[in-house]
Design a protein around this ligand. Structure first.
Ligand code: G3P
Length: 219
């Protein structure tokens, strides 16, 4: 399973990249705003800065909502770097735009997906990635991981090449759940990735090993 980091924070992207397990980055307008990035030129420069740090795909979301505007905006974003994936919302014009980008060989990430039906449409339109938001479903007492299972089943039934990018991942249990189901990618915060490292028996075991080594060496 690929690990994407869901942030526009350059320090966190660098830290995840340095860890050696990062496969890509996802951003959205809220994450860009959180970093204080606004204005066309600043947004473009920020995407370029992210692309300079990572080796894999970088999702850049359109803020247009009409077909014509999404095409124009998406083509400009895709021209920035070969790593850019145009992130398009699951709306009627978005589906049309994904089909257009797919024919042109421009990578897409269909975002704001909350049902298996939406994921089926995204795959039929030729999306490179589909982003079901599991954390936001959990927030409203709906099983987010069950949606990943349903999409996996449907995509496998028909061998759709669209990659399931489990989004709105909040913690390490989400990551493990996605891996068990067979999501192609998960995108989440650095904290969720680092939480995978932790177990109290690892910490106490290491402390014992080091103490025994020091004792044997007469320290
Ligand atoms: O980038 C889209 C998605 O991952 C958002 O996550 O935590 O705002 O629900 P969250």
């Amino acid at each position: 399973m690929k690990f994407f980091i869901d942030t526009a924070n350059l320090e966190q992207i660098k830290e995840a990249q340095d860890l050696g397990v990062l496969d890509g980055v996802t951003t959205n307008p809220s994450l860009m705003a959180k970093e204080g990035i606004s204005g066309d030129e600043n947004v473009i420069n920020h995407y370029k800065a992210i692309c300079a740090i990572v080796d894999g795909d970088v999702s850049a979301e359109v803020i247009s909502t009409t077909y014509e505007e999404m095409i124009k905006e998406g083509e400009a974003l895709a021209a920035l770097d070969s790593k850019i994936v145009v992130k398009v919302p699951m709306i009627k014009d978005g589906v049309k735009a994904i089909k257009y980008f797919s024919k042109k060989g421009i990578k897409t990430n269909c975002t704001l997906v909350f049902t298996a039906g939406q994921a089926l449409l995204a795959a039929k339109a030729g999306a490179t990635y589909v982003s079901p938001f599991i954390g936001r479903l959990d927030d409203i007492s709906t099983d987010g991981l069950a949606l990943i299972e349903d999409i996996r089943l449907i995509y496998d039934n028909y061998q759709y090449p669209t990659q399931i990018l489990a989004a709105s991942v909040r913690h390490s249990a989400h990551i493990l759940g996605c891996a068990k189901i067979g999501a192609d990618v998960m995108t989440g915060p650095l904290s969720a990735m680092l939480a995978l490292l932790k177990h109290p028996l690892t910490d106490s075991g290491l402390a014992t090993f080091l103490a025994d080594h020091a004792k044997a060496a007469g320290k």
